[in-house]
Structure formats: structure tokens, C-alpha cells
Write a protein that binds this ligand. Structure first.
Ligand SMILES: *Cc1c(COP(=O)(O)O)cnc(C)c1O
Length: 467
């Protein structure tokens, strides 16, 4: 399988190259040249497979010749053996129509583990073949950082530099990052910044030839294609359990960077019968505005109880605009350059209509989020984290045909956001035993100003150069 950039001028890469590359050299994101498609009979034949086996089958067409089918199967088995639930992503019923897909049974309690546990193994595999040591630079609003650090800590030939906005991640999230003391892990708290500022610094580094010439800079954010590929699997897993391919299923997805919900779009392109993808946002609602009115314009970020959705610029939206807008890299490059200059753009008619065929959106304010937590607790005794609650609010208000099951992606364990859950329900979720003595462990991190040059200098001083 070949990967091309959404901005049309970077070289095409194979799966190995796309996994190690991060952002394309023209500033775009890598996408497969075409979508692999399963027939209805092939999809029916996937029902009942163990998760790791299903994962290998779904991913094989994307991986192409970069891994043999046997090796891919070994890596998925190893990645998903670390999950605390045998089903890896178990499905729970809330009422006649509403379901929860629990994606938080990995080591760091958020759905990011599903992709990053595999990505860590892919890095190790590809780096063992020679080439330059890898310098991963990432930005996190909390969950990507802990999941990525867990996935690469102590691995050979890779360093990870993780930027988080100081004081804007929960105490559990921060400690999950900063208590990992492996020498290849570098935590950086950016003073006075939001996630978008941290992400902008990372993107600038990918385009800084002084840095990319000296260091092989890789990505763990969802700009990395391999992450999205791994997330396609659980859409299949859930839909197969609910009767696909003979029955349609809708999904409600708490959305920030548009990675998770874009994986659902990929599943639909591969032939999975998806009724609707419901994009759920909090008050940071650029995606809701873009999908409902065509106006993609960034405001300022309002901090909320769902920090992984406190985002104004959603990287992966570019992948959707590319695909539904006719895959015209030159035109999209011009559109995105305009957006980067003015922080505003209008979707084209083709982009609006293409998105509207599959996507719906909804926005939840803090009261609606808290009500959804209480509703789920009353209906079924489940405690939801704030992100999942926003997804459930969207699921219940999107007007989906009552005959169609609606699956909300439960993106984080409630214990990761204990204070918000306790405020809504009066119940304080218990941290799972697998986190152990998180609150007793030593922390290590540096504080840096939100200034590109200071951060680039820090990375350059601590990373291993090419060659
Ligand atoms: C990352 C994250 C999201 C947003 O996912 P995107 O792929 O960025 O849209 C939602 N909820 C939680 C808990 C997350 O960690």
C-alpha cells in the first residue's frame, strides 16, 4: 500500500515510511492512496474472531509488504495482551438503543492505548531494521502523552519528547507521564499555553529543516497514520457484535483532533455499514460549526472538564477534507495555507456535502455533560468520564432511527477524571489496581516557556542525531 500526502507534493511512502515519518514534508498528512474494501461476505467472515486476530486481518491491507501476515499477527497479539479485559474493547448495553464501547482497558486508562501499544511495537520493529534513531516529538492534552510514553519507555533507538500545557492536564494524567523515569522519556510542561499552542510548536518542528536534517523526527499524535489504522479495528469489532454486515450501526465519538472519528470514516470506506458518525464536541465546538454550517474558524480554547477535547484546530479534519473534496492535494494545500494564515476557512460545497453523507454533530455544554453522567448512572449503574458523557449526550440527541443501535465510544476510564465524575454523581471512581502506587512515585519533568526556539534547543540538546 502506498501513502500520499493530503497536500499533494511530498513523496509517496510505504507503510513503514509513513509510520516513521509523522507529518509529510509538504505539511500534509499521509493517507492511503486508495481504501481497501471488504465484501459483505468477507465482513461476515470476521465475526467472532478474537480481537488481536481481527486487528491483524483489518490492518493487513494497509500494512502491505512492510510486515508479513505472521509478523503482524505476533505484534497485534503482543500489543493486546497488555489489556485488562479479555475482549480488549468490551461492549456494554445501557438501554434498548444505547451502547458503550469501552476503550479504556489498556495500561493508561484511555483509548489512546489501543493504537499506541501497537505503534510502540511497530517503531521497535522498523527501527531494528537499521536507519536513523527516532526522535518522537508530541503534544498532549493528557491522554496521548501517557499512552505514548508507556508504549515507548525503555525501547531502543527512540527518544520521546512530550509537551503538555502546564496545569491543564489532570493529576492522574500528569503523573502517568512524569513518573516514568526511563532515560529516553522527556516530559516538558509548557508555561501559559493550551494544547493548540503545544501542537503548533510540534508542527513547526516537523517543518523546520534545521531540526529534521539533524534528527529523524517522528510522531505519536494522530497525525501518524498507523494510529488511525489501529483504531479502525474496534468499529468493526463493535458493529460485528451488533449484527453487521446485516444491520447498520451508528457511532457517537467524543472528538478533539478528529482522529478517532476519522477511523470510523475509514471503516465505512472499507465497507462496514455505518448509519451515522456523530461527532460530539464540548463548548470548543469548531467541528460542530464546520459540519453544521461549513464555517471552520478557530476561536480561543475554553478549558473544560474534558481536556482532551479542548481543541480548536483538529489536525485530522484535513484528511476528511482531502477525501471528500476529490483528493486534490494542490487545492487543499492552498485552502489549508489560507486557514493557517487567518485561522478561518469555508468548506467547499463538495466538502460539505461529502461530510454530510456520513457525519452529524452535536455539542454539549458542562450541564449537559453532567446530566449525561447522571443519566447513565441511573439507567445502568455505569460511571462515565466527562469525554464519554459528551459522546453519550450526542448519541441520545442526534435523532437516530430507534431501530439502529448507537454505540458511544467510551474513551477514558472515569477514574482518570475523578473530580468531575464525583461532582456530577456524588460517587468517586476508584483507580484500578494496575496503576499501583501512582501517587507515591517520583516525578520528573522540565518547565519551558511556550517559545519555539527554547523547545527546539532543548530537544536538540537531548536527542540522538541521525547517522
Ligand atoms: C484523545 C481523546 C479524545 C479525542 O480523540 P481525537 O482522536 O483527538 O478526536 C476524546 N476523549 C479522550 C478521553 C481522549 O483521550
Amino acid at each position: 500500500m502506498e501513502y500520499v500526502s493530503t497536500r499533494g507534493s511530498a513523496p509517496a511512502l510505504d507503510f513503514e515510511g509513513a509510520t516513521l515519518a509523522g507529518l509529510a514534508s509538504d505539511g500534509g498528512l499521509y493517507v492511503p492512496r486508495e481504501w481497501p474494501r471488504f465484501t459483505e461476505a468477507e465482513i461476515a467472515g470476521l465475526a467472532g474472531l478474537p480481537y488481536a486476530e481481527l486487528a491483524a486481518r483489518i490492518m493487513q491491507p494497509f500494512v502491505g509488504d512492510s510486515l508479513t501476515p505472521e509478523r503482524l499477527r505476533e505484534l497485534t497479539a503482543k500489543a493486546y495482551a497488555r489489556f485488562a479485559h479479555k475482549a480488549v474493547t468490551p461492549l456494554k448495553q445501557l438501554d434498548e438503543q444505547q451502547w458503550l464501547l469501552e476503550l479504556f482497558h489498556g495500561p493508561t486508562l484511555a483509548f489512546k492505548d489501543v493504537a499506541l501499544q501497537l505503534l510502540g511495537l511497530l517503531f521497535e520493529e522498523f527501527l531494528s531494521r537499521g536507519g536513523d534513531p527516532l526522535t518522537i516529538v508530541g503534544a498532549t492534552s493528557g491522554d496521548t502523552g501517557s499512552a505514548a510514553i508507556d508504549a515507548v519507555a525503555g525501547r531502543a533507538r527512540v527518544d520521546i519528547f512530550m509537551l503538555h500545557p502546564k496545569g491543564r492536564v489532570s493529576d492522574v494524567q500528569r503523573r502517568q507521564m512524569t513518573t516514568v523515569l526511563s532515560p529516553n522519556v522527556h516530559n516538558i510542561a509548557i508555561e501559559g499555553s493550551s494544547f493548540d499552542d503545544a501542537q503548533a510548536i510540534v508542527k513547526r518542528m516537523f517543518g523546520d529543516t534545521a531540526m529534521t536534517g539533524r534528527f529523524a523526527i517522528g510522531a505519536v499524535n494522530s497525525i501518524n497514520w498507523a494510529r488511525l489504522m489501529a483504531q479502525v479495528v474496534y468499529y468493526f469489532a463493535a458493529a460485528l457484535q451488533l449484527g453487521a454486515p446485516h444491520r447498520k450501526v451508528a457511532f457517537a465519538v467524543p472528538t478533539g483532533n478528529f482522529g478517532d472519528v476519522f477511523a470510523g470514516y475509514v471503516a465505512a470506506q472499507m465497507g462496514l455499514p455505518i448509519e451515522r458518525l456523530i461527532v460530539a464536541t464540548n463548548v470548543n465546538d469548531i467541528l460542530h460549526r464546520a459540519l453544521s454550517t461549513g464555517d471552520y474558524s478557530a476561536g480561543t480554547v475554553t478549558p473544560t472538564a474534558a481536556p482532551s477535547m479542548d481543541i480548536q484546530v483538529s489536525s485530522n479534519f484535513e484528511r476528511l477534507l482531502f477525501d471528500v473534496g476529490g483528493r486534490d492535494g494542490k487545492a487543499l494545500a492552498a485552502q489549508m495555507t489560507g486557514f493557517e494564515a487567518t485561522r478561518a476557512m469555508q468548506l467547499t460545497n463538495a466538502q460539505r456535502e461529502g461530510a454530510a453523507r456520513l457525519f452529524t454533530s452535536a455539542r454539549a455544554d458542562p450541564d449537559q455533560m453532567a446530566q449525561a453522567i447522571r443519566w447513565a448512572f441511573d439507567a445502568s449503574g455505569e460511571l462515565l468520564d466527562p469525554h464519554t458523557a459528551i459522546g453519550l449526550h450526542a448519541a441520545r440527541t442526534a435523532g437516530i432511527d430507534p431501530a439502529v443501535p448507537v454505540v458511544t465510544l467510551a474513551t477514558a476510564h472515569p477514574a482518570k477524571f475523578r473530580d468531575a465524575v464525583e461532582r456530577a454523581t456524588g460517587h468517586r471512581p476508584i483507580l484500578p489496581a494496575r496503576l499501583g502506587d501512582l501517587f507515591e512515585r517520583e516525578e520528573r519533568l522540565v518547565d519551558l516557556p511556550g517559545d519555539y526556539d527554547a523547545i527546539a534547543a532543548y530537544v536538540a540538546a537531548h536527542a540522538v542525531p541521525r547517522g
